[in-house]
Write a protein that binds this ligand. Sequence first.
Ligand SMILES: [Zn+2]
Length: 459
Amino acid sequence: MDCIRIARCDTRLWAGLLSGLHYEEENVNEHIRRNSGIVLAAFLVLCVAEFAVRVPVAGAEGGALLRAGIAKIDITPDKPVLMSGYASRKELSAGVHDHLYARIVAFESGGQRLVLVSTDLIGLYNAFEPLRDAIGKRYGLKPQEVFLSSTHTHSGPTPLVHDGENASNVEYTNGLIAKLLDAVGQAIEHQEAVQFGVGRGYSAVGMNRREKKADGSVKLGRNPYGPTDKEVLVLKLMKQDGTPLAALFDYATHGTSLGPKNLQISGDVLGLAAQFAEKILAPSVTAAPFAGASGDIDPWYRVLPGFRTENGWVPEPELLGTLLGEEVVHVFGGNQATETQAEIRTAFATLDLPAKKGDGNQGAQALQTMPLNVTVARIGKVGFVAVGCELLTEVGMAIKSGSPFGETFVITHCNGHAGYLAPAPLHAEGGYEVGSSHFAPEAADMLVKRAVEMLQGLK
Ligand SMILES: [Zn+2]
């Protein structure tokens, strides 16, 4: 029996007692009403005694009332910008297919805080540290209380902060930092008590992209039988009057349905999924997307030249975004979101993981370790692990299976940008992700062990 049910039991009994025992909603109360006062007294004593004994325990386990505030801002560039994700693309953006957004959910429970920020960007890159520091300074939030994440769309602007870099990108990025800083404040201001629940769905929109060729090499392509985390986790938030507020969803796919020839700004699959879910669910709902462990996962249709808009055609990025968004809507609809209390706990560590030798990192000056930011949190029974890198899906799945929480959001491109991190067996196979990784083969197992320990430390 949890704290809420105990509290209801107690309330109903008292209500029944005070109203002359006309409370007949449940069979047990009906039975009590028809029987002697001794039975009623015994039941009352047992229930109240249990309430008295269990409340402190339930309070410790269940936490205080969960409060959440939400902000959503448009972060679409209003000038042509350098686009991110493909070194071969030198042209500036030439239009907007769909807008980019930042969505912020600021949680609070019993004085503990957690702010989750989702941005439709490739990553915050060099904007991460200035933004994190500014958020800490203005709102007093510690590094472990802030998740600054991106969906890794390859059809958005490249964040640039240094003088001499593309001027419109630097202007965009400085404006972005200021807007995000204000938006975090808006989310904190709007905090109110919420009901919440987490649900799980599945989607085949993402596919392993490590295609094995006849000569034994691994190339970027399609590997339909390769490991793919198909889980769609949805954290549903409602106001206490039942008005739906937010759907925070986590899914593992790159934002690469569009390739280097595309010059239209777009949130790609995750951004389009969020827009679809918001359109379908209710005007009051903000759907915040988070990229799961998707280092080796591409959308089903990948690196297309652009949006095909011929008559009768559903452009593939919209098709895939709609499919994923449908699953978010489906999971959201199936969740009653009845929880009201949750403990928030957070932790942050910069791990020094072994660096890969070779490829310019060799000789006497070779780096021995590579830093990786890992941020963990819990909201009640839901775990969150954020890594500041591109985690291959196998590593994310290993963290999920070792997690002490029933549902664990693994969030990549969050609080850092350390490049690909691949499991040891894939180093022998080679391929793009392994070749461009800065981490040694043993780094992945070390990360899994440490991330799981950090999650266990939140229990
Ligand atoms: Zn990537």
